[in-house]
Design a protein around this ligand. Structure first.
Ligand code: GLY
Length: 253
């Protein structure tokens, strides 16, 4: 169960954030509204939400999940793989001192984006991606081991982040799409498979029995509900334009 979340308000510079394809420029005012609705949904799921101020220096800083991994026993400050995002970690360390006494860090040349780390109880899957390298993954595994947790790596082919294509929603259930459907690492889970047309919605968030899903993807929402979950659909169109999903917008712990 989670009791808290940390989010960061989108900065005006958000419209210049990193993107892999030109899906149109995000609308800043709309992004603010969508972000406010997201915070409201987290609160409705029972979380105490800390909202950090917008940071104009870093256009992608609202995608706060990439800056840290929060576990039950320790926080690990990530080491973002994109040059324009490296500086995002300084402020997050400060924010986390209010909640954690054990704060560890991934150090260069290791890189880890939080979006590449999927928690399944005390086991962590770490995607090896354009953003997360083997040095970073090994460092993260050694930190996790020190705190009695374990994990393993998963190579990525086309997704930006591991959690762009797979989300753990508890009870051994994975919402999964694309290259991960046949990945041996995930074969022992129940698959709630997402077809390619709804692939974006594979990034969803379990919070205390409710699953937040991106609106506009009705088939996957129906499948998640059929598996016994309540869902909340949220419009995150402006974040999707920058390759960001629902999980990217918060740190939950
Ligand atoms: N725009 C989100 C990212 O590329 O990190």
């Amino acid at each position: 169960m989670f009791s808290k979340a940390i989010v960061r308000t989108p900065a005006r510079s958000f419209i210049n954030g990193l993107r892999s394809a030109d899906s149109g420029s995000p609308d800043y005012e709309k992004a603010l509204d969508q972000h406010a609705a997201y915070v409201h949904a987290l609160e409705n799921c029972g979380l105490d939400v800390t909202v950090l101020d917008a940071d104009e220096q870093f256009p992608d800083s609202t995608f706060i999940e990439d800056t840290a991994l929060l576990t039950r026993s320790a926080a690990v400050i990530a080491s973002p793989g994109a040059d324009s995002r490296k500086g995002e970690v300084h402020e997050i360390r400060e924010a986390l001192t209010d909640f954690y006494s054990n704060i560890e860090s991934i150090e260069p040349p290791g890189t880890v984006d939080g979006g590449d780390v999927m928690m399944v109880g005390s086991y962590f899957y770490i995607g090896l991606s354009k953003r997360t390298n083997a040095d970073g993954a090994n460092l993260l595994l050694s930190i996790l081991n020190r705190y009695g947790m374990t994990g393993s790596t998963v190579p990525l082919k086309s997704f930006l982040h591991l959690k762009s294509g797979v989300s753990y929603i508890e009870n051994n259930n994975l919402v999964i799409t694309g290259e991960f459907i046949n990945a041996p690492e995930f074969e022992h889970f129940n698959h709630i498979a997402v077809d390619e047309a709804e692939g974006y919605a594979a990034n969803c968030v379990w919070i205390n029995g409710t699953v937040l899903v991106a609106s506009g993807y009705p088939r996957i929402r129906a499948k998640i509900e059929s598996a016994g979950y309540d869902t909340i659909a949220l419009d995150v169109s402006e974040f999707e334009k920058l390759d960001g999903g629902l999980s990217c917008l918060s740190l939950r712990f």
